[in-house]
Ligand binder design. Structure first.
Ligand code: 4NP
Length: 159
């Protein structure tokens, strides 16, 4: 790949899963010395301008990452040009991303868990109506995906 990778993580509300995916990716990229940009967005506008869910903030803090300053936003047309990769956290969000994508965009659009060998086609379950343990499961999924993605991008940058 030429140029810096830039990754957008997309869920429904941009307050639970995608901020954690962004945080896990930022940490994995920093640990690996990968120069990359990252952001997150929702397909819905329910939480535009609001910080992540307090349970996501706590989960990220448990892993040494501060996300309380993140602000929810909705995916927009410019994202399909600004980002090299757009990853959906589940299938319905992937469908919604594809339905708003401009016809001639250059970004790779796919399912996040497709990055994890053996977990292709899996969704990151929505923890919004669940408990703390669901947020821990979310973290497990997004951090595994982040590690795999960083390994892949690091390999591409070297080749
Ligand atoms: P997220 O979770 O898509 O992982 O941010 C949700 C957040 C809010 C809602 C649904 C899911 N909601 O219905 O407000």
């Amino acid at each position: 790949m030429t140029g810096k990778p830039s990754i957008l993580f997309v869920c429904l509300g941009n307050i639970c899963r995608s901020p954690l995916a962004e945080a896990a990716f930022r940490k994995a990229a920093a640990d690996a010395g990968l120069d990359a940009e990252a952001d997150s967005a929702g397909t819905a506008a329910y939480h535009v301008g609001t910080p992540p869910d307090p349970r996501s903030i706590d989960t990220a803090r448990r892993h040494g990452i501060e996300i309380s300053h993140f602000q929810g936003r909705q995916i927009e047309q410019a994202d399909f040009v600004r980002f090299t990769h757009i990853f959906a956290l589940d299938h319905s969000n992937l469908d919604n991303i594809r339905s708003v994508a401009p016809s001639d965009h250059s970004a790779h659009v796919g399912l996040l868990m497709d990055m994890v060998p053996g977990r292709e086609g899996a969704a990151v379950a929505d923890p919004y109506y669940g408990g703390e343990e669901h947020f821990a499961d979310t973290w497990e999924d997004v951090s595994r995906a982040a590690q795999s993605l960083v390994a892949k991008l690091t390999g591409q940058q070297r080749s």
